[in-house]
Every structure is written in C-alpha cells, then in structure tokens.
Write a protein that binds this ligand. Sequence first.
Ligand code: DGT
Ligand code: CA
Ligand code: CA
Ligand code: ZN
Length: 580
Amino acid sequence: MSNAEIARHLDRLADLSEIGGDNPFRVRAYRNAAATLRDLETPVEDLVAAGADLTQVKGIGKEIAEKVRTLVQTGSMPQLVALEQEVPPGLLEVVKVKGVGPKQAATLWKALGVTSVDELEAAAKDGRITSLPGFGAKKVANILRGIESYRRNTGRVLLGQVDAVLDRLLTHLRAVPGVRRLEVAGSYRRRKETVGDIDIVAVADDPAALSDALTSYDEVAAVLGKGETKTSVELGSGLQVDLRVVAEESFGGALLYFTGSKEHNVQLRQRALERGWHLNDYGLFEGGEPGRERKGGRLLASATEDEIYARLGLAFIPPELRQGRGEVEAAAEGALPALIEPGDVRGDLHMHTTWSDGRDSLVAMVDACVALGYEYMAITDHSGSLALQGGLDDEKLRRQHAELAEVMAGRYDITVLRGMEVDILKDGSLDVTDEQLANLDVVLVSVHSFFELPEAQQTERVVRALLHPRVNVYAHPLGRQLGQRDPIALDLDAVFAACRENRVAVEHNASPRRLDLPDVHLRAAAQAGLKVFIGTDAHSVRGLGAMGLGVSQARRAWLTADDVVNTRPLAEVLAFLAKR
Ligand code: DGT
Ligand code: CA
Ligand code: CA
Ligand code: ZN
C-alpha cells in the first residue's frame, strides 16, 4: 500500500469523522497525519515491515500510528469501516458542494435524510431546506450554484495529483515481460490542468499478460472492462485508466489519435482529407475501402508521430500545444515557438517557510533549492494582515533577515533574495510598512480576501495595488483554486495595462491546485508584452517540485524561455526587479 493510499484512508477518516461530529482536534490530527505521510519519502509499508516506531514521524501520535499499522498489515482500518456504516459516504460528496460544510451536511442528513448531491438538489428545489434554521433563500440559491459548479468539476483530477499515482503504475506495467512501448496519451500527455481519465497506449508481445498486470494492480478498486485490445480499471483514488494494446506498426497512429485533443485531431484529419488521404488511429492512408484498416489502401505513415506529422507537411507538434489553437498552421509555416523547458529555469521566487504558513524551515528551503540546482531563489512569506497564517510584522521580518544572514554566512552556493508576498487589502492598498518595503529585494502582491467583489471594483482594487511603485510581481492573479474556488472577476486587459505601465510581471503560480494564470490568459499576457514569473508558492520542500508543472502550463501558453524572467541569469532578474 502506497503512502498516498494510506493518506487517502486518513483523509476519509477525517472527513467522515467531521460529518459524524467528532472532536475537531482529532479530525485535524487525522488530516495533518495524512499530509505528513503523503510527503514522506520512505514507504510507510517498509517502516511497518521493519517494525519501526511510527510515532517517530513528526505529527503521528500513538493512536494514529496504531491505525496506520493495522491498515498496512490488514488492508483496512476497522474504525473507518465502522464509520462508513454509520455516516453515509455520499455525504462526502455533499460537503464538496460550495456552501455546504460538514456541520450543515450533518443537519441536512439528520433532518431531511439527504445523503447525496442529487437529494440535496431536490431538497433545495422543493423548499424543504428552507424549513431548517440557518438555511434562508440566499443560502439556498448559493447551494444551487454550488451544485452546478460541483457537477462541472466532478470526476476530474488535478494533473499535479496524478503524477504520484501514475509513476508507480507505469513502473509496474513497464516491468511486464514483452512490453515494447508504453506511453500515456490523452489530456495527461497534453498536460491539461485537470484530467478526466488516463489513456495508455502500449505495444506488447503478450497483451493478455499486460492486461492482467493492470487488473491485478494493488490500487485497482474496480475492473470496468477487459477485452482483447482494451482494458479499463478504476483506481482507489477514483481515477479511471484505459489501456489500449496496439500493433507495433500502428503505435504512432494510436498515440497521436489518443493524445488528442479532439480539436487538434479534427484539424489533422481535415489536412489529410485535403490531400486525398485518410487519418485514423491506425495511421495515415491513401485510398482503400472505408473502415479503420483501409483495406486495399496504401499505408503512408503510422509507426511514429514524427513520420505522420512529416508526411502531412508539418513540424512535430509538442503535445502541450495540441489544442486546436493555431498550432497546425504554425507547424505548417515552420513557425512553432521554441517552448520553454524545465531545464531553462534558474530559480524560484515564490515560497513560504515556517516564518509564516510554510511547513519547512528557511534553511531547509534554501538547501532544497540548492539541490534543485538553482542559481537564485526568494523567500516570500506572507505579510502581517494574514494574521491567521502568521504573517510577518516589522519585527518578525527583521528577525527573518537576521536568520537568513546567518544561514548564508560563508556560503555562496545560491543567492537568496529577500521577498514578501504582500496582501492586497480591500481598497487596493498594500499590507506593508515602509520599513518592510525598504528591506525587500522582490515584492509579490496577491489577493487573499474579498474574492466576491464585482468586476469593476475588483479591477480597480487590483490595479491600484499594481501601480504601487515597489511592486514586482502579481501573484496567482485570478485567485482560483481548481474545483474549489472560482476565479475573481477581473478585467484582465486593464490589469495587463497596469502591469505594463509599472513594469510588473504576472505570475504563473505552479501550485497544483492553482495553476494561475491559466494557459489561455498566460498566452494573452505574453502577447500583451508582459514578462512572466513561474513560482511554485511552495509551502514545503516537496512543494518546490511543482516547477515542472508550471513549466508545462507555460508550454501550453506557447511561452519561450525569453518570456519567463526566472530563466534569466541573476543579473538580468535583478535588473528587472530594480524599479528605478
Ligand atoms: P479527459 O480524459 O477528459 O481529460 O480528456 P482527453 O483528451 O484525454 O479525452 P478522452 O480520454 O475522452 O480521449 C482521449 C483522446 O482520444 C482525445 O483527446 C482524442 C481522442 N478521441 C476520443 N474520442 C474521440 C472522438 O470522438 N473524436 C476524435 N477526433 N478524437 C477522439
Ligand atoms: Ca483521458
Ligand atoms: Ca479515455
Ligand atoms: Zn504564496
């Protein structure tokens, strides 16, 4: 059982306990333990097998250690099983609806028998909900809107969460004897911010053995289908995996087809038709009878994607660009951009430490950035008004800088810039003192409150902040959290104009649940002549690993290394940051 799987059990225990009305401290302890184990490098399985004392892991107490040991040894957690009998698991979906918290879900369940999102919708529409205390007409309208947004996002998994699950599965499948090729296609390969399911294309000497390896994989929760060429399963995380086994000579055709996007495929097929050819998942054909194998036709290209693009008179199109947004025309004209690559990145200028709401110390973050090979980095803890997150006041900032000086004394392996993520207050003023500004090398500004302001007011607020003479970067510009919080209402043209006027860069925030600015807007920002910073907004050493995810989104936005400031040498970055 993987650490991710164990963490999932603990999270489920936390969620159900919370709805069941358990003590909030215990619920939080489960959640913290889940987060810790998810981040742990060593497999918990190994620790248990070695008889190690799990309470040595930070944040794991005696009670949780015992539960985890039982889970690893028996494959189940008795308390969770009991709780699932008591609290209908459908309520876990109900609390995902914006506007419905655990307490309210419990009330809806006990008073009205609501145990699913559908039942919630029915109760909201027929007026039963309004009979409950605390559920006025405004609240109900809010819940109905929440249900709509829940349905839009449901079934999709964050790209950043898929990697951990998938790497282990791919290793398992590639180890099957006789597997010649095995690649992930679909939205995952295009690096779309959320994926609906995982599409794998493979070539194998023994297709049945490969299919068996998938259906018997230890994280499979259900086998959805098993045939000669296609096998589908659902993993414990809810993620569906489709495996297709194809002949070696049509691997390129299959990989191209199943990578999509649909819009991209349609344009390629159109291009083939214009030349009197046919393109399908078997390859590119001339003539022959209708049907996928084009009997009697001549096969023009099929073994590799390269061959197929070349035969169509196109340069190879990187999967991230395959969105039907002008990439086919650009490939025909030899005008595809030289996309930014992960290796181009020289530093990360957005991260938090234990000085505010981060989980790792300043020195741990510095060491981790050195290990990543960075030339420079910035520590950007929150400003003071985020009191809940323990932001920095003047005194704390001074002490942080003293600690930084101590940490860096005598070491020259990286340059650490003194930064801060400054909160934009409701009126657009900045939550920062002059003393703080005077001591900073880089100033990020961002919105963490009043997300619901109408567009005109929100835009005015943000623009005012962006025009402050010391601001360098507008961080997570839309404030969205995928599947959790909608983007704020903003006139981006006005925002971009303010950035240009005051030489402020826009951030692409690479945190898996943000990916903000989204690709389409990021592309527009670069076209408007703005510079981009890719920042991980890491709140732990592990969070720094999100940079690659951010780069993939920048690639979807057609960005080159030149568009992104933190691919430049330190001197150029400093020149950009120096406002006057
Ligand atoms: P997802 O899974 O919703 O995140 O998005 P995709 O793009 O992975 O979509 P999926 O899994 O339904 O199908 C994988 C690829 O297969 C898709 O990107 C293009 C191709 N494909 C599937 N169905 C069709 C279709 O009806 N027409 C065309 N042209 N291509 C299709
Ligand atoms: Ca898919
Ligand atoms: Ca699929
Ligand atoms: Zn941040």
